[in-house]
Design a protein around this ligand. Structure first.
Ligand code: ZN
Length: 142
């Protein structure tokens, strides 16, 4: 099911008024108002990203993957940053870890969910207990 990007863009525009470093194109929209073309292309890009992301999640969850980490590409905004690097449970098979946020979290950011294999965790000297201790459950914008 598609998300209502027009409603989300409205909600995030309000939310970004109170965030120190709003991402583009929200920063410009907060100063100058929304350019309808910019707003349309933001909604289209967010929907395309969400569709690709959902297909990826179905694929890896279907393959039995449960542990994932939310990663940013250095483009995280002040609202999404708190989830960066946190662990999530795709299939609800890791007690104590919340389900991942819907991506994109805000329409401007392009985060990814990456697999956390036991080998990878070991190589970064991280345990599932660490992930659970540092977990940040997603809270949708009010
Ligand atoms: Zn964001």
């Amino acid at each position: 099911m598609g998300r209502d990007w027009q409603a989300e863009i409205d909600a995030w525009t309000e939310r970004f008024r109170h965030v120190a470093d709003p991402p583009e194109p929200f920063a410009t929209a907060l100063r100058e108002g929304w350019d309808p073309a910019v707003r349309r292309s933001l909604a289209e890009a967010a929907e395309a990203y969400a569709t690709r992301h959902e297909a990826w999640v179905r694929q890896i969850a279907g393959a039995g993957v449960d542990l994932v980490r939310l990663d940013t590409r250095g483009d995280d905004c002040g609202a999404c940053r708190r989830y960066a690097g946190k662990g999530y449970s795709l299939r609800g098979e890791t007690p104590g870890l919340p389900p991942p946020p819907p991506l994109p979290i805000c329409p401007a950011c392009r985060h990814t969910l990456n697999l956390l294999t036991p080998f990878f965790l070991q190589s970064t000297d991280t345990t599932v207990e660490d992930l659970i201790e540092q977990a940040v459950p997603y809270t949708p914008p009010e």
